[in-house]
Design a protein around this ligand. Structure first.
Ligand code: PMT
Length: 416
């Protein structure tokens, strides 16, 4: 599995650094091309020459020790890496990584790399359970860094507890599993891509995205947390699947996807009018936008001045776009979203029925990695009969792909 894989191995200054020699040796034996970066303190525990001899590659520790004038070493290594593995990872390097510090060769390389990063912590048990270290590790995990949990036992400092760096053979197994799973995922995605190419060819897909803005006065408005990521991912996936896509985007954090006809709108009313203009000629409508249910009854023409201790805003209902489309639809396949914080299935199915949707995509927006602003989502998709598809946390692009594949399947079932 490791044949031809470039592993940048970061060795930091803890007693477990002595295990780096065995780790290098095992990785090299399994075919990896290992490039070691050591911190200055790691060199107190193990000589560079040992790791250089085992890897047959130069060992780096000084950012400014440029040996090849044609490249900048830390950028070169950062780009070369298929994986950056840090073993042992001290509390210090974990803290620096969490806070984006770059004051040596290893941490500058870590900031410059786009390769996956895996760390194998090793330290005293009290250091390991210190709230600061715990918080730093949580930060790293939330950014996608993989942890190889330390083992429990007698530590070099004399304590018994958690903090012992995992054994080199186990680390190598974890690394191999990582590459194996990645290869499987790539193969699966390629298979899905080839089996779904063009399945929406000739179909007109309308997607709404983002959060509507309901003006209070010229400088204030009511909106919500939608970033537009989910809707944009659906628009992109629809295009990849061959559809003619019309994207209607309210307020978003992101730039709209390139190469897709995008109409910018502000309020729920604007969105309603924009959707109605294209509805008759559409085959699939996906309402991923977060639309305000209420808007201010009056929009002040000049900035409202501060007066009493309290202020009351009169709100009136907006048009429920999806419900209106549900009443008007002829052959259109209608997909709604339901952003829920509790009783997810019940509310989602109630919306599906009331808004006459063909599918409803329920996301529990309180769940980690799901809902507003995140790059990932986790959804349950229902039709009138019940649950059709349950997707664990995955990228919004993958959710979009799976949702549209399902919609295309249902549409083709209708026409046959
Ligand atoms: O944009 P992101 O940051 O990526 O976040 C994605 C998301 C959480 C916004 C998205 O996944 C999502 O759940 N979108 C729907 C949010 C929402 O408004 O849910 P709702 O349960 O309030 O509305 C149900 C459905 O009715 C939605 O399809 C909505 O577009 C539609 N609706 C609601 C009110 C209204 N006046 N008109 C509508 O068409």
């Amino acid at each position: 599995m490791l044949n031809g894989k470039v592993i940048v191995l970061g060795v930091t200054g803890g007693i477990a650094a002595y295990k780096a020699a065995t780790l290098c040796s095992r990785l090299v034996q399994r075919g990896a091309d290992v490039h070691v970066i050591m911190t200055e303190s790691a060199k107190q525990f193990i000589p560079e020459l040992t790791l250089q001899t085992l890897t047959k590659n130069p060992v780096y520790s000084d950012t400014f020790d440029e040996r090849d004038p044609s490249v900048v070493s830390h950028i070169h290594l950062a780009d070369l890496a298929d994986l950056v593995l840090i073993a042992p990872a001290t509390a210090n390097v974990i803290g620096k990584m969490a806070h984006g510090l770059a004051d040596d060769m290893l941490t500058t390389t870590l900031l410059a790399t786009t390769a996956p990063v895996m760390i194998s912590p090793a330290m005293n048990v009290h250091m390991y359970t210190h709230p600061a270290v715990m918080a730093n590790m949580e930060t790293l995990v939330s950014r996608g860094v993989s942890m190889i949990e330390p083992g429990e036992g007698l530590l070099a400092c004399g304590y018994v507890g958690k903090g012992r760096m995992e054994e080199p053979d186990t680390i190598v197994d974890v690394v191999e599993r990582f590459f194996r799973e990645r290869a499987q995922l790539v193969a699966l995605n390629e298979e899905i891509a080839s089996s779904t190419t063009g399945i929406l060819h000739g179909k007109k897909v309308v997607v709404t995205a983002g959060g509507t803005i309901e003006r209070i006065d010229p400088v204030r408005y009511i909106t919500n947390d939608s970033s537009g990521k989910m809707g944009f991912a659906i628009a992109k996936a629809a295009k990849q699947l061959g559809a003619d896509v019309h994207l209607i985007a309210a307020h978003t954090d992101e730039a709209p996807p390139e190469g897709i006809r995008t109409e910018k709108v502000e309020s729920a009313q604007d969105m309603y009018e924009a959707v109605l203009r294209v509805f008759d000629h559409s085959d699939i409508v996906v309402k991923a936008a977060a639309v305000a249910d209420y808007r201010p009854a009056e929009v002040a023409t000049s900035k409202i001045k501060k007066r009493g201790e309290t202020m009351t805003l009169d709100l009136v209902k907006t048009t429920d776009i999806l419900e209106s489309l549900g009443r008007q639809k002829t052959s259109q396949f209608l997909i709604g979203f339901a952003a829920e914080t509790d009783t997810v299935e019940q509310f989602a199915r109630e919306k599906l029925k009331r808004k006459n949707c063909d599918l409803i995509v329920a996301n529990d927006v309180t769940q980690e990695g799901a809902g507003f602003r995140t790059d990932t989502n986790s959804v349950h998709i229902f039709d009138a009969e019940g649950l059709v598809l349950q997707l664990p946390v995955m990228s919004k692009e993958e959710v979009a792909q799976r949702l549209l594949t399902l919609a295309a399947d249902r549409l083709s079932g209708r026409s046959s």
